[in-house]
Design a protein around this ligand. Structure first.
Ligand code: B12
Length: 216
C-alpha cells in the first residue's frame, strides 16, 4: 500500500480490498467517531481502494467473486456513511439518476444518490442497465430538474449521447444533464452532449447546488 495514503484510512482500505464488509463497517464507524469528514472517507478511502482494485481488474485477469465481495463491502460503507433511508417525497428539487443500458456498475451511482439525498434533494434511482427511454419517461413523470447518468464502461458513451435528443423529443430540452463515473469523466461535456461532467459525487453535488440555487 502506498506511503502517501492518509494513515488513518489504511485499515479501511485493507478491509475493503479484502472484501471484509464487517471490518470495513467497523473501520468506518471508528473514522466517523474520530471526526473524519465523509467526503474524505469516500474520495480517499472508497475511490482509492477501487483504483487499487482496478490494477487487478483487467479483461485478462478478472476475479468476479473477489470484486463482488469488494463491491458488497463498499455498499455497506456507503449505507453506513449516508443512512438516508427513503428519499424525501418533496425535496429542494427532483433528480433522476441511472446507469444506462449495457453498464452494470452502480457503486458510484449509489454514492452520488446518497450524497444528494443527504443534501435534501429528491432522487429517483432507476438502477443500472437502464434504457434511455425509461430515463425520459421518469424525467417527464417526476418533473425532474436534472438527469444524472453514471458510466463506467466506454461502450456506454453512445447511450449517454442519446439522452439529450430523447429528452428533446419529449419537449424536455430544459432538463440539465450531468454525467459522472470513471468512463465518462475522461470525456468533455461536448463529446458526451451533456451540461456538466463531474469529477466526483461531491463535485456534481456542488454543480447541482448552484443550478438549483440559481433557479430559486
Ligand atoms: C467494481 C467493478 C466492477 C463490479 C461492479 C459492481 C457494482 N455493483 O458496481 C463488477 C464485477 C460487476 C464489474 C463488471 C465489469 N467490469 Co468493472 N470495474 C469495477 C472497478 C474495479 C471499480 C468501479 C467502482 O465501483 N468504483 C468506485 C466508485 C465509487 O467510483 P466511481 O464509479 O468512479 O464513482 C465516483 C465518481 O466517479 C462519482 N460518480 C459516479 N457516477 C456518477 C454520476 C454522476 C451524475 C455524478 C455527479 C458523479 C458520479 O461518484 C463516485 C464518488 O465520487 C472498475 C475500475 C475503476 N477504477 O473504475 C472496473 C471497470 C469499470 N470495469 C471494467 C470492465 C471491463 C468490466 C466488465 C466488462 C468485465 C467483464 N469482462 O465482464 C464488466 C462489465 C459488465 C457490464 N456490462 O457493465 C473496466 C471498464 C473499461 C472501460 N473503460 O470500458 C474497468 C475500468 C476496469 C479495467 N481497468 O478494465 N466491474
Amino acid at each position: 500500500m502506498s506511503e502517501d495514503l492518509a494513515p488513518e484510512l489504511k485499515p479501511l482500505m485493507a478491509a475493503l480490498l479484502d472484501g471484509d464488509h464487517t471490518s470495513a463497517l467497523r473501520e468506518t464507524q471508528a473514522l466517523l467517531a474520530s471526526g473524519l469528514p465523509r467526503e474524505r472517507i469516500v474520495t480517499e478511502g472508497l475511490e482509492a481502494a477501487m483504483s487499487r482494485l482496478d490494477e487487478k481488474c483487467t479483461v485478462e485477469g478478472f476475479n468476479l467473486l473477489e470484486i463482488m465481495l469488494v463491491g458488497r463491502a463498499v455498499s455497506a460503507v456507503v449505507n453506513e456513511l449516508y443512512p438516508g433511508g427513503e428519499p424525501p417525497t418533496a425535496g429542494k428539487a427532483t433528480f433522476i439518476i441511472a446507469t444506462l443500458e449495457g453498464d452494470v456498475h452502480d457503486l458510484g451511482k449509489n454514492v452520488t444518490k446518497m450524497v444528494l439525498i443527504g443534501k435534501g434533494y429528491r432522487v429517483v434511482d432507476l438502477g443500472k442497465d437502464c434504457p434511455v427511454q425509461t430515463v425520459v419517461e421518469a424525467a417527464a413523470r417526476e418533473n425532474a430538474r436534472a438527469v444524472l447518468v453514471s458510466g463506467l464502461i466506454t461502450s456506454v458513451i453512445r447511450e449517454v449521447r442519446k439522452v439529450r435528443p430523447a429528452l428533446a423529443a419529449r419537449g424536455l430540452e430544459h432538463i440539465t444533464i450531468v454525467a459522472g463515473g470513471a468512463a465518462l469523466k475522461q470525456a468533455t461535456p461536448e463529446a458526451l452532449d451533456v451540461d456538466y461532467v463531474a469529477e466526483t459525487a461531491f463535485d456534481g453535488a456542488r454543480f447541482l447546488d448552484d443550478l438549483v440555487g440559481d433557479a430559486q
